[in-house]
Design a protein around this ligand. Structure first.
Ligand code: UDP
Length: 339
């Protein structure tokens, strides 16, 4: 049995990884300030330290209290649009926190580090699908913050021997197939949950951001990868780091779906209409972002188990239908308003 520190383990991807680690018998300590994360997303028998990773004293206490076999660092700001309104905050928080957690790991003698990275590293890619040799050319401060974080980890490896994996997620989507965890962002900005909320009457009608892209139906194409498959990728790279070198992987299904195809899938799976209208393009959206997952498959044996768009949407739909107000139904309830 091993013990892992998971920062941001109460968040969307982090919580699915924590669940996967616990299911295979690993011990986990979650550090999460619950700004975005949810207490209810952390298993009851898992240690949760409510703290900001930027709090150096809290971080030192965590590393003093436990010995870790590895660190998985999810805690970060992650909204592209927000990053373009507040770039310096994104650059400093995401970079400094990654460096601080990596530094604490090095000082504690911990040798394995997994970073949540992003397809936003690639900006407007020159080729598709995007493999790991593609040029890093982020077009947002969010993407740049992760590029810098990856560069920091390169130095930590070169100088201190900290072995790291950076997983560049494409569009994380779906929910735990057993219905224990789901996607619950405030505010929600992602296509699939927004479309589901619109279909369920839980949110406003969806706006399709642009129908004039150079794609077959004119809407943007993205690579939606199931969050449980993402979690599996984390476990595989974590194990491979035990005696392997630092790695960088693009993690996606390897197939793209347009916004219209996603709306069709939500309607097929739910039997309901997705109320929507057509709006202008969203600034900074590339037409097509699809991963090549060849390297990840070849080197770790990873195979996406929920590759079909309908399977991804079905799990997301099931969780949202069972949790119409997300994890914290009190958030919008009378008690929360009175507080
Ligand atoms: N999108 C949309 N309407 C929305 C939200 C998203 O048309 O209300 C589109 C967006 O332009 C992109 C795709 O859906 O092409 C996925 O967007 P999302 O924000 O989910 O993820 P991103 O690709 O930005 O990481």
């Amino acid at each position: 049995m091993a013990r892992f520190l998971v920062t941001g383990g109460a968040g969307y991807v982090g919580s699915h990884v924590v669940l996967a680690l616990r299911e295979r018998g690993d011990e986990v300590v979650v550090v999460d300030d619950l700004r975005q994360g949810h207490r209810a997303a952390v298993p009851a028998d898992t240690e949760l330290v409510v703290a900001d990773v930027a709090d150096s004293r809290a971080l030192a206490e965590v590393f003093a209290a436990w010995r870790f076999d590895g660190v998985l660092h999810f805690a970060a700001l992650s909204l592209v649009g927000e990053s373009m309104r507040d770039p310096l905050r994104y650059l400093s928080e995401n970079l400094c926190n990654t460096l601080a957690v990596a530094d604490a790991a090095v000082k504690a003698g911990c040798r394995r580090f997994v970073l949540s990275s992003t397809a936003a590293l690639f900006g407007n890619p020159e080729t598709t699908p995007i493999d790991e040799t593609a040029r890093l050319a982020p077009t947002s401060a969010y993407g740049e913050s992760k590029r810098m974080a990856e560069a920091g980890l390169d130095w930590a490896d070169q100088v201190h021997g900290l072995r790291s994996a950076a997983l560049r997620y494409f569009n994380a989507a779906g929910a735990d197939p057993q219905g224990r965890l789901g996607e619950d962002h405030h505010p929600e900005t992602h296509l699939i949950p927004l479309a589901i909320n619109a279909a369920l009457g839980l949110g406003p009608e969806l706006t399709v951001f642009g129908t004039d892209y150079p794609t077959p139906d004119g809407t943007c194409i993205r690579d939606y990868v199931h969050v449980t498959d993402l979690a599996d990728a984390h476990l595989r790279v974590l194990d491979a780091l035990e005696d392997g070198p630092s790695v960088r992987y693009n993690v996606g299904n390897g197939q793209g779906h347009s916004v219209r195809e996603v709306l069709d899938a939500v309607e097929r799976v739910s039997g309901r209409r997705v109320p929507h209208s057509i709006g202008p393009r969203r600034a900074g959206d590339p037409a097509v972002l699809v991963a090549s997952n060849e390297r990840l498959r070849r080197e770790t044996g990873w195979v996406p188990r929920y590759a079909a768009l309908d399977d991804i949407v079905r799990t997301a739909w099931a969780w949202r239908e069972a949790h119409p107000r997300g994890y914290d139904s009190r958030r919008q309830g009378p008690a929360a308003q009175a507080a």
